[in-house]
Write a protein that binds this ligand. Structure first.
Ligand code: OAD
Length: 235
């Protein structure tokens, strides 16, 4: 069975990573225009480097661990009857640490840096600064966080649309549905007669789901998986 799962900041909230739009969320203290646009990077690169360096450092905090929702998705994907495409808007590595492979990071990754000229990427664990330059260009170029900023095109879109069009189930987990194109995936799924499920702490503005599980991802994701396994007799 082909299944597409889209995750957002809510799935990592119980692990200790702040969401963007909840009370206390990242966009309460920082303006998107100051840290998450190409214009912000041109105007004040150090501020942008700092913002993402802090977030990258958090990934190495021993307290930060994947939660039951990350782990349950990884175990579900390992069933031989399941072909899961796991798409995430998150730039953390908690899906991978929870056991998932081939995670589609449509908004980029904190543990990756990108040459500003060639856009070639390289794994990056430490701080990134204006002094870091690429190894891909003849004339070494600055590196930037490998993050999709506002005004830029998310990654892997063709692959994601193809996966949705051929899916039987689409499930969005822990996302407010405020950022497109991800917020529009549910509509594409519905146009393709794909059964849609929302798992979120609260209702989102994006109301077009067939099924809803309102509550914590760590509790609702395992429940949703059990119900899908029972309904479609998956093992
Ligand atoms: P948001 O912060 O907009 O939404 C997070 C959602 O998760 C909210 O609807 C919360 O109610 C829900 N939530 C919080 N805790 C939860 C829990 N324990 N279990 C289940 N749900 C929970 O985050 P995203 O929708 O991921 O983009 O934001 C989308 C994009 O906007 C991000 O990828 C980022 C941001 O600007 C870029 O930086 C490009």
């Amino acid at each position: 069975m082909n299944i597409v799962v889209l995750t957002g900041a809510g799935i990592s909230a119980e692990s200790g990573i702040r969401t963007f739009r909840d009370s206390g969320g990242l966009w309460e203290n920082e303006r998107i225009e100051d840290v998450a646009t190409p214009e912000a990077f041109s105007a004040n690169p150090n501020r942008v480097y700092d913002f993402y360096n802090t977030r990258r450092q958090q990934l190495f905090d021993p307290q930060l661990q994947p939660n039951k929702a990350h782990v349950a998705l990884a175990e579900f994907a390992r069933l031989s009857s399941v072909n899961m495409t796991l798409v995430t808007q998150n730039v953390d590595n908690l899906h991978e640490r929870g056991g998932s492979d081939n995670v589609v990071h449509m908004h980029g990754e904190l543990l990756s840096a990108k040459c500003v000229k060639s856009h070639e990427t390289v794994r990056w664990n430490g701080d990134l600064t204006a002094l870091n330059t690429c190894q891909c260009c003849q004339l070494a170029q600055p590196m930037r966080p490998d993050i999709v900023w506002f005004g830029e095109m998310p990654l892997y879109m063709e692959r994601i649309y193809q996966a949705i069009e051929t899916a039987s189930l689409f499930c969005a987990i822990g996302t407010s549905g405020s950022v497109y194109p991800a917020a529009g995936f549910v509509d594409i799924a519905r146009q393709c007669d794909v059964e849609t499920t929302l798992i979120n702490l609260d209702e989102t503005d994006n109301g077009h789901f067939d099924n809803r599980y309102l509550g914590k991802a760590s509790e609702c994701v395992p429940r949703w998986i059990e119900s899908v396994k029972a309904k479609y007799e998956l093992d």
